[in-house]
Structures are given as C-alpha cells and as structure tokens.
Design a protein around this ligand. Structure first.
Ligand code: LMG
Ligand code: NDP
Ligand code: PMR
Length: 359
C-alpha cells in the first residue's frame, strides 16, 4: 500500500481539512479479474465501494461489515471527517480497508468537490451506496441546504441525485464484474404498509413544490407544495430515493450492466437518525419496535443486510427493492403505488436535474 497523493479537501461549510488519500496501486494498475496466480486460478481485486454517511448507524455498520471481509476498500464519504475516522477506529475496521473522504450532501459544491477528489485518487469505482440522511421531525421551521433547498429533501434526495449522476460515469468505466448503485429507501415512504400509514404520510402530489425549488417564503418547501412538515419531508425524500433507483434502472441498466437497487433494512431504532426527536420518543421507540411491531433490527444486522446488497452474488438483480423476512432472508418487496409510478419517477428525475444543474 502506498501513500501516493496528498490532497486538500474543502468542506461545504468552509472548514478546510487536509488529509492523505491513499491511492491503491493494486486497484488502479491491475484488472478486476486477474489470472496470474501460480495455479492459474482467477482472483478478484479488492472492490472500491463509496458509502455516504458512513460515520454512524447503518452506514458505519455496512462499512465495517464490508471492510472486515478484506475484499473491499470502503470509501467513507462523510460530512464530519474526524467523526468518521474515530468511528472507523472504534469499530475496529482494518485500516488498509477504508479511506475517509469529505462529503457534505447539503452543498452541491461539496458533492462536485467529492467527485473530483475521488477521481484524483485514481481508484476505480465499483459500487456506490447512497445511505446518508437527515430526519427533522420536530422542526417547526424549515432549514435549507447551501443552494436553498429544504434540508431533508435537499440532503437525502437532491445531494444524492447529483452524486449518483456524476459517479455513474465512474461506475461505467470500472471493469469490476458486478457493479452496483444502491439507494437506501424505507418502509415509512411506502403507504402499502402499516408503518407507511402513520401520519404524516408520504405524498409527492403534483410536484409543484419541487418544481419551485423547495425554497421558502413565496414558494413551498414541500415537494407537494404544502406546509412544511419535517416528518413528511423525510418520508417524501425516501419516496424520491426509491423512484430514482427505478428510473436509473430504466435508463441505464441495459446499456451498462450496472445493478440498481433499493432496500428497507428493517427498523434500526437505535441510530442517530432519531437524534432530533423528543427524548420520550427516543426512549420508547426501540422497545416499541422490539416487542410490539417486531420490526426492530440491530445496527450490526442491518449493516450485514446492506453489505449483502453490495456484494452478495445472489443479489445482483436490478430494479429491486429488497427487504428481509423474520428469518433474515432477503426477498424482493413490493413498493407502494406512488413509489413505483414510472411517470412520477420521470418527472422527479427531470425536475431534480434542473435543480442540481444537470439540465
Ligand atoms: C408524528 O406523530 C409526529 O407528530 C411527527 O413529529 C413525526 O414524529 C411523525 O411519523 C413520524 O409522527 C405520529 C403520531 C400520531 O403517532 C404517535 O407517535 C402516537 C403514538 C401513540 C401510541 C399509540 C399506541 C401504541 C401502543 C404502543 C405502546 C408503547 C409505546 C411506544 C411509543 C413509541 C411511538 C412510536 O399518529 C397517530 O395519529 C396515531 C395513529 C397511528 C396509527 C396509524 C395506523 C393506521 C393504519 C391504517 C391502516 C392502513 C392499512 C394499510 C394496509 C397495510 C397492510 C399491511
Ligand atoms: P444515522 O443518523 O445514524 O446516519 C446517517 C448518516 O448520514 C450519518 O453518518 C450522518 O453524518 C450522515 N449525514 C447526515 N447529513 C449529511 C450530510 N449533509 N452530508 C453527508 N452526510 C450526512 O441514521 P441511520 O443509520 O438510521 O440512517 C441511514 C439510512 O438508513 C438513511 O438513508 C435512512 O433513511 C435509512 N433508514 C433508516 C432506518 C432506521 O430505522 N434507522 C429505517 C429505514 C431506512 P453524521 O454522522 O455526521 O451525523
Ligand atoms: Mg413506525 C407495523 C410495523 C411498523 C414498522 C415496521 C415501523 C417502522 N413502524 C411500525 C408501526 C408504527 N409506527 C405504529 C403502529 C406507530 C403508531 C404508534 C408508529 C409510529 C412511528 C413514529 C412516530 N413510527 C415511526 C415514527 C417515527 O418518527 C419514525 C419515522 O417515521 O421516521 C420517518 C418511525 C418509524 N417506524 C418504522 C421505521 C423504520 C421508522 C423510522 C425510520 C425510517 O423510516 O427511516
């Protein structure tokens, strides 16, 4: 392993962090499948997987599960560089198997900078996991990303949309045999489930708020043009995530062979996602999910599930929303009517392209 390059990363909020990005000669110089062993056996080089929001919760557990196999170099794309580095160490991740890079999804400039930094490292990209998210259920007023989009949809959907569109080019050029682009979804955005019927329900309406840029006093901050509601904005953002996975599939799967997938990993009731919720909720939510809905999964188990979607040879089907049954076996789940509407997917794609400067 060589320390070839040292680059300066610029954070979206103006903090400058200097880090060494370890360029992996093995990853850049050799083909994905190598036939050069003495026995003439085929060997596969280490895969490079970018995981956004890998500094806690599901992202960290997934990064750990992948790093521990020794088959992956996990690029932990995080807004808080030091937190990610500490979390990786505390989780005992082998340090040759991960690289931390700065990414703040609340700034499109930071997304573009991340793409540049990643390319500069010389690593091929084999799998992208769009995992990071914010959930702001108690906010009475909206907050905004650097470009002025309501925060939940801005980070969870628009930031990831630009990232995925840019990195699709890198995925295309990788020679890895099983390339994947995964966008984490959720049950709560799917109104064909009980959990998806707990108010406020996801609903993108006619997309008039998205068309208006989700920004503020005269326009609406909500995709459907309604009044700001943090819990609804999160669920709407998850619908966008699931719609975009399918739209990627329709537009690019056949030509590129990349597998596009989404998933509901189970209710990981202990993660940082609920940090903004009231203390009583944070106290009661885990036992409620464990003993009443029985939908609870540990961070470890959820991380193994997402790691399967990244690397399991049996989960290569594209356009699928994966879920797991009570025996922890994966299955192709059904999305709600709205979350599987191809016309809505196309319109969300086109409006989002305009907002992130791709069209
Ligand atoms: C909102 O409140 C918050 O206002 C918002 O800020 C945000 O947090 C949002 O979704 C997130 O939630 C939702 C609130 C109102 O729900 C509650 O949290 C109230 C809890 C009351 C407890 C009820 C009794 C449960 C007993 C458990 C006791 C243990 C305590 C655990 C508490 C932890 C809390 C999680 O929601 C309501 O209005 C209440 C009614 C919700 C019922 C929804 C179910 C409707 C089902 C409709 C059927 C649809 C059929 C679909 C088909 C499905 C097929 C499978
Ligand atoms: P966590 O809050 O633990 O993790 C979210 C991650 O996203 C953190 O690493 C956080 O960084 C990062 N993040 C937040 N904002 C930004 C930003 N602006 N730029 C870059 N990174 C950011 O929550 P979970 O692990 O629970 O959530 C992970 C995914 O799982 C989400 O997509 C969520 O929707 C999904 N999910 C979660 C479920 C659950 O029950 N918990 C159920 C279904 C789906 P930092 O550490 O700096 O805060
Ligand atoms: Mg929900 C029946 C099963 C079930 C499941 C699997 C979840 C998952 N929830 C279920 C049921 C219920 N929840 C019921 C019956 C209620 C009313 C008491 C309920 C309430 C509830 C609240 C208030 N649930 C919540 C909240 C949240 O704030 C969480 C949320 O909506 O975040 C957007 C949440 C969740 N429930 C889940 C899951 C997975 C979440 C959170 C994470 C997410 O969707 O990403």
């Amino acid at each position: 392993m060589l320390n070839l390059t040292s680059v300066v990363l610029f954070s979206g909020v103006g903090v400058h962090v200097s880090v060494g990005v370890r360029a992996r000669t093995a990853a850049t110089a050799s083909p994905a499948i190598n036939r050069a062993t003495p026995e003439g056996k085929k060997t596969l080089r280490k895969g490079n997987v970018v995981v956004t929001g890998a500094s806690s919760g599901l992202g960290l557990a997934t990064a750990k599960a992948l790093a521990e196999t020794g088959k992956w170099n996990v690029i932990m794309a995080c807004r808080d560089f030091l937190k990610a580095e500490k979390a990786a160490k505390a989780a005992g991740m082998p340090k040759d198997n991960y690289t931390v890079m700065h990414l703040n999804l609340a700034s499109l400039e930071s997304v573009r900078q991340f793409v540049k930094t990643f390319r500069y490292s010389g690593m091929p990209l084999d799998v992208l996991v769009c995992n990071a998210a914010v959930y702001l259920p108690t906010a009475s007023e909206p907050t905004y990303t650097a470009e002025g989009f309501e925060m939940s949809v801005g980070v969870n959907h628009l930031g990831h949309f630009l990232l995925a569109r840019e990195l699709l080019e890198d995925l295309k050029t990788s020679d890895y045999p099983s390339k994947r682009l995964i966008i984490v979804g959720s049950i709560t955005g799917n109104t064909n489930t009980l959990a998806g019927n707990v108010p406020p329900k996801a609903n993108l309406g006619d997309l008039r708020g998205l068309a208006g840029g989700l920004n503020g006093p005269n326009g609406s901050t909500m995709i459907d043009g309604g009044r700001f509601d943090g819990a609804k904005a999160y669920k709407d953002s998850k619908v966008c995530n699931m719609l975009m996975m399918q739209e990627f599939h329709r537009r690019y799967h056949e030509d590129t062979g990349i597998a596009f997938a989404s998933l509901y990993p189970g209710c990981i009731a202990t993660t940082g996602l609920f940090r903004e919720h009231i203390p009583l909720f944070r106290l009661l939510f885990p036992p409620f999910q464990k003993y009443i809905t029985k939908g609870f999964v540990s961070e470890d188990e959820a991380g193994k599930r997402l790691a399967q979607v990244v690397s399991d040879p049996s989960l290569t089907k594209s356009g699928v929303y994966w879920s797991w049954n009570k025996h922890s076996a994966s299955f192709e789940n059904q999305l709600s009517e709205e979350a599987s509407d191809p016309e809505k997917a196309r319109r969300v794609w086109e409006l989002s392209e305009k907002l992130v400067g791709l069209a």
